[in-house]
Design a protein around this ligand. Structure first.
Ligand code: NAI
Length: 486
């Protein structure tokens, strides 16, 4: 294929939006259009308030929007025009039918593939940007070929999984550790890989553009997420052991991380991992292992999720247990609701499970997050698990708490001091930097006594808090004598 001049991306979400904005910025001669069925999302991409919060994203979008970067709901027209079509739609966990609760639901992907086939009058490279199960390219290839009315139109499918992390997406896209491109080992497959590599070569050094076969590229993404999550569950499991023995998990993690074979990243003990990908991708990996008869391997990876659930559960038990075995009617301030700092994304955030655990014990919650709005928090707390990624709720899905129950027990504040005033405890759920700079003397003075702090991210200065008068619980840290006696 000659050098690509038109790129279209289906799916204007956390991945499609930032990745295409970066390609537009680095490749001014390529016209990049991001399309989505969701009109309000496209309108937001075309406005001054982008639909997602990501440091540095607005500047990149502003530099190219209206020049070589466009956002549109006219999916069919822009796909038909493109040389390369990225597919970056959601690939949620299936909620019903075969593989429910584990397998990836490829309905959105299949819908996109059928649409591509029906509108294409010229050959195209189709790029899997979404995280998909191994061998998806094979299935999608069949859908494309058998639904395209023009027999001379060829589709070459590539796997180009995205490794960006929310909160650092622009940094990750500007300077990626690697770009992985998987293609068929045929002449046309190699030509397609070269065409896509030529796009990234505008700014990514050649040695960081890795080529692989299709199945290796697909499996690499699932495995990368599983291994990152496994590090978090490993250190979280050790945090429980630290509490039982008087060791300090931060000291242990530091000692581990300075071993160059282990490295320091992803070793922070916390209330648990969240985000749209880790749990879903591990479940998908587990399902694939089970499907090919590898039960022991499936169990191994599933335990990463089990430790994550255990950690959230343990946190709730510690809050309730240390507050005299009941939080009924007590106000608890929740600082942070996003699944990590520098994003407004709440998908699979551990805060949801922790809040549910506290509401189940009849606590009154007062929540503050710098980037998450009240309607999002209320939606998250009254929605069944997995529904966030499924616009249609299947029959029989369990709603954990009714909207009325959430209205009665939860309030959302736009000021952290108001959220904490009159509370018996505050729980840090997200590692926002601004929490470290709060005036804790002021907060202590406004709280009921004894005033508890439960630091689910180990970001606060615990000694200072204790000197103010707080009773402090931090994950994987030696407990205060007060808590040890409980
Ligand atoms: P998202 O839910 O934010 O965006 C997906 C978008 O696709 C939605 O706006 C939806 O309306 C649109 N869509 C679905 N079907 C469509 C169709 N047929 N035509 C047009 N638009 C359609 O999802 P997100 O987070 O961007 O993830 C996309 C994929 O990338 C997933 O497979 C995810 O696992 C993967 N991924 C996500 C990362 C993240 O940090 N969020 C990182 C790396 C990969």
């Amino acid at each position: 294929m000659a050098k690509p001049t038109r790129i279209c991306c289906i799916g204007a979400g956390y991945v499609g939006g930032p990745t295409m904005a970066m390609i537009a910025l680095k490749c001014p001669e390529i016209i990049v259009t991001v399309v989505d069925l969701n009109e309000s999302r496209i309108n937001a991409w075309n406005s001054e308030t982008l639909p997602i919060y990501e440091p540095g994203l607005f500047e990149v979008v502003k530099a190219c929007r209206g020049k070589n970067l466009f956002f549109s709901t006219d999916c069919r027209y822009h796909v038909a025009q493109a040389d390369i079509v990225f597919v970056s739609v959601n690939t949620p966990t299936k909620m019903s039918g075969v593989g429910a609760g584990k397998a990836a639901d490829l309905a959105y992907w299949e819908g996109a593939a059928r649409m591509i086939a029906s509108v294409s009058t010229s050959s195209k490279i189709i790029v899997e940007k979404s995280t998909v199960p191994v061998k998806t390219a094979e299935a999608i290839g069949k859908v494309l070929r058998r639904n395209c009315p023009h027999p001379d139109v060829q589709f070459e499918i590539l796997s180009n999984p995205e490794f960006l992390a929310e909160g650092t997406a622009i940094q990750d896209l500007t300077n990626p550790d690697r770009v992985l491109i998987g293609g068929k080992e045929t002449e046309s497959g190699r030509a397609a890989v070269a065409a896509l590599a030529s796009v990234y070569a505008h700014w990514v050094p050649a040695e960081r553009i890795l080529c692989a076969n299709l199945w290796s590229a697909e499996l690499s993404k699932l495995t990368a997420n599983a291994m990152l999550a496994q590090r978090i569950s490993s250190v979280n499991s050790i945090s429980a052991l630290c509490e039982a023995t008087g060791a300090d998990v931060q000291q242990v993690a530091h000692a581990l991380g300075t071993d160059s074979r282990i490295g320091p990243k992803f070793l922070n003990a916390s209330v648990g991992f969240g985000g749209s990908c880790f749990q879903k991708d591990i479940l998908n990996l587990v399902y694939i292992c089970e499907s090919v008869g590898l039960k022991r391997v499936a169990d191994y990876w599933h335990s990463v999720i089990q430790i994550n659930d255990y950690q959230k559960h343990r946190f709730v038990e510690m809050v309730i247990g240390s507050m005299f075995n009941t939080v009924s009617g007590k106000k608890i301030a929740i600082l942070g609701f996003a699944f990590k700092k520098d994003t407004g994304d709440t998908r699979e955030t551990p805060a949801i499970d922790v809040c549910h655990g506290l509401i189940a014990d009849d606590a009154r919650l007062s929540i503050y997050d710098p980037q998450v709005q009240q309607d999002q928090i209320f939606r998250d707390l009254s929605m069944p698990k997995f529904q966030w990624d499924h616009p249609m709720l299947p029959n029989g899905a369990q709603v954990p708490f009714s909207s009325r129950e959430i209205d009665r027990t939860v309030s959302v504040s736009s000021d952290p001091y108001k959220a904490c005033a009159g509370s018996h405890a505050l729980c840090v759920m997200t590692e926002w930097d601004e929490f470290k700079a709060l005036d804790f003397d002021r907060i202590f003075a406004s709280m009921s006594k004894p005033a508890f702090v439960f630091d689910g991210r180990n970001i606060l200065d615990h000694e200072r808090l204790r000197s103010i008068g707080f009773i402090v619980y931090a994950l994987g840290k030696p407990l205060e004598p007060f808590l040890q006696k409980q």
